[in-house]
Design a protein around this ligand. Structure first.
Ligand SMILES: NC(=O)c1ccc[n+]([C@@H]2O[C@H](COP(=O)([O-])OP(=O)(O)OC[C@H]3O[C@@H](n4cnc5c(N)ncnc54)[C@H](O)[C@@H]3O)[C@@H](O)[C@H]2O)c1
Length: 324
């Protein structure tokens, strides 16, 4: 730390640090273990809403065990795709937990993309069959990419399927991910083909308050695991009712979103990720269970990862020091 200064990390700077996904999953596991033991301070996220289906959220968290304190100010604007702008954007402020002084301001696009994928993988560690070797990604955007790569870090994937309403995005995703992961990633024509073929299914399309979900009961196979990154926008009520085990990342936040009109027909989650990691509640109990993680995204996930990005950036001389 430089006295009287903070480190500004642009999006490119954060990307250059390139924290690896296994380290992120390990950091999230620590953070959720702390949460499950009641040692995290994380008030509910307040937000403002300047456009339909869009949000700007303030996400503060403190994880004493990681000396991680700060806040993310993040926007999600579904219409940005048509403007050539990112769906998710924003800034994160990291504070010194002893003095409260700001240590860093960093772009939060990369961190949001990757910590969400890492949360899917961490959930899958407790909810998926360890021998799961096929993944399907429905919606091939930023989240589709990070979620597939995070799953590939923990599971012996041999092939993946991809579906997107935008064919060119689907094609690009299949080519990029095949090259990056060294497995066959195949584009498919419809959501059903993707869901029935996979042990691990991630849905990562737009979050809509009044969705028309595509995934029907019976599509997710017995023994398969789903991760709904896009809340209940992709899963029909009958498909949700058929799950043997639904989890979330935080019960309170899940119930808050219910009051906001989401999850009207989603059964109550049996466990949250802190309870899974600490063993307070069980994960998968049987190879034939259908399981689903509905992780809503928590400030503690960002704050678990941000100090490590800061540390590595300082070490490698990445970023710009600014006067406080
Ligand atoms: N739960 C969390 O923690 C969390 C965190 C970050 C983002 N998200 C959510 O993840 C979603 C994706 O974010 P992103 O950054 O990847 O966005 P993105 O714009 O990069 O990608 C979205 C993709 O969805 C595709 N798409 C739209 N409707 C579709 C449909 N019905 N079926 C298949 N594909 C469809 C688009 O063509 C695009 O490729 C958003 O809803 C975002 O709010 C959730």
């Amino acid at each position: 730390m430089n006295e009287g200064q903070l480190l500004y990390l642009s999006r490119t700077d954060v990307e250059r640090v390139a924290l690896d996904v296994r380290s992120m999953i390990a950091l999230l596991e620590t953070a959720f273990s702390e949460k499950g033991s009641g040692r995290v301070e994380m008030p509910p996220k307040p937000g403002i809403h300047t456009q339909p289906d869009a949000f700007l959220h303030a996400m503060p968290a403190y994880i004493p065990a990681l000396h991680a304190a700060g806040i993310k100010w993040v926007g999600g604007y579904p219409a940005n795709q048509g403007r050539g702008l990112p769906y998710i954007s924003g800034l994160l402020i990291l504070n010194d937990d002893q003095t409260g002084l700001p240590l860093a301001v960093m772009d939060c696009t990369w961190i949001t993309a990757w910590r969400t994928g890492a949360a899917t993988a961490l959930s899958a560690r407790y909810l998926a069959r360890p021998d799961a070797d096929t993944a399907s990604i429905l919606a091939c955007g930023v989240q589709g990419r990070t979620n597939l790569q995070a799953l590939a870090a923990l599971f012996p994937l041999t092939r993946a399927y991809a579906y997107d309403v935008d064919r060119s995005r689907q094609d690009r995703f299949a080519a990029d991910m095949s090259a990056r992961l060294g497995i066959e990633v195949t584009g498919v024509d419809d959501p059903r083909t993707a869901v029935i073929a996979a042990d691990l299914v991630v849905t990562s399309g737009p979050i809509l308050k009044h969705p028309e979900p595509a995934i029907e009961a019976g599509w997710l196979q017995p023994g398969a695991f789903g991760s709904a990154v896009d809340f209940d926008s992709y899963w029909q009520p009958a498909a949700l009712a058929q799950m043997d085990r639904i989890t979330t990342d935080d019960h309170a936040q899940f119930h808050y979103y219910r009051t906001q009109g989401y999850f009207a027909q989603t059964p109550d989650p049996a466990a949250d990720l802190g309870e899974l990691v600490t063993g307070a509640k069980p994960g998968r109990q049987h190879p034939e269970e259908r399981t689903l993680a509905i992780n809503l995204g928590l400030a503690l996930e960002d704050m678990a990862v941000a100090p490590e990005i800061y540390r590595r950036a300082v070490e490698r001389g990445i970023g710009t020091w600014l006067e406080l």
